[in-house]
Design a protein around this ligand. Structure first.
Ligand SMILES: [Zn+2]
Length: 263
């Protein structure tokens, strides 16, 4: 009977489309997996660039200063220390010498100002190549989410560091489209080496707070920051035309005579 033939044809069509769809999804997943693996190998291959580098990792707050506290009640100081320790381990495996501003739940001074000044002082006396401060963000609205890096306005090298880390966070964690920002913060202004603050996410966003409390996510975040640092040193070692342009502009700005005032 004709309707049976028609039914068979439709069933065959559907089966064909299902197989095609599944194959395409499979191929897509394979391509994503391969590209992630390839990227990891690239990071591994570039990690030798960390050899001999001195890196100050600064987990924010500590002791009597909890930082921001999210709905679960776990303070920022605990989250950032967990991420910072994972970052330290990765950097040390890569051959860098890591100086932590704190390894325990303690501040560096009783006053907030003194605490920040002590962190800057430690970094400036260490001869560090870069300074990376780890914090967590907060906002009155619970919808605000996503990690973001901050550097000192006008500081070319710090901007590159912040851009490199943000790019890896966006690419590897795939949960934010935030861009790096240049804001005048005491830590970034006072440190003499390229520096940036990494806000690893918003503890005031319940979904992101849950992630930030998850050791697996803390490791992924630490790896993204690590990958950004490796890529920053890779860019410094093999200057791109962009890097040269920035250097030329920087040198020109330094050597240019003061501009004459308009009459
Ligand atoms: Zn903070």
């Amino acid at each position: 009977m004709p309707w049976i033939g028609c039914f068979r044809l439709r069933a065959l069509h559907l089966l064909f489309l299902a197989v095609l769809g599944a194959s395409l999804v499979g191929l897509w997943q394979l391509a994503v997996m391969l590209s992630v693996r390839l990227e990891e190998r690239t990071i591994e291959a570039l990690s030798w660039l960390l050899t001999g580098k001195i890196i100050v990792v600064d987990p924010g707050h500590g002791g009597t200063d909890p930082g921001v506290v999210g709905p679960s009640g776990v303070p920022e100081k605990e989250i950032v220390l967990a991420v910072a320790k994972r970052l330290r381990d990765l950097l040390e495996q890569g051959g860098a010498r890591v100086i932590m501003t704190r390894e325990k739940d303690r501040g560096l001074d009783d006053s907030k100002r003194g605490d920040l000044a002590a962190r800057v002082d430690l970094a400036n006396k260490s001869g560090a190549d870069i300074f990376v401060s780890i914090h967590a963000n907060s906002f009155p609205e619970p919808d605000e989410d996503g990690a973001q890096t901050f550097s000192q306005p006008g500081c070319v090298e710090s901007r590159k560091l912040a851009h490199a880390i943000q790019a890896e966070i966006v690419r590897l964690l795939r949960n934010t489209v935030r861009v790096p920002k240049e804001v005048d913060y005491f830590l970034n202004r006072q440190t003499k080496m390229p520096s940036c603050i990494v806000e690893v996410g918003f503890v005031t966003c319940p979904r992101e707070e849950r992630l930030l409390l998850d050791p697996a996510y803390q490791s992924q975040m630490a790896f993204a920051i690590y990958a950004g640092i490796v890529k920053y040193f890779a860019e410094r070692a093999t200057p791109t035309s962009n890097w040269i342009d920035d250097k030329i502009i920087e040198t020109f700005e330094k050597s240019a005579p003061p501009r004459l005032k308009a009459p």
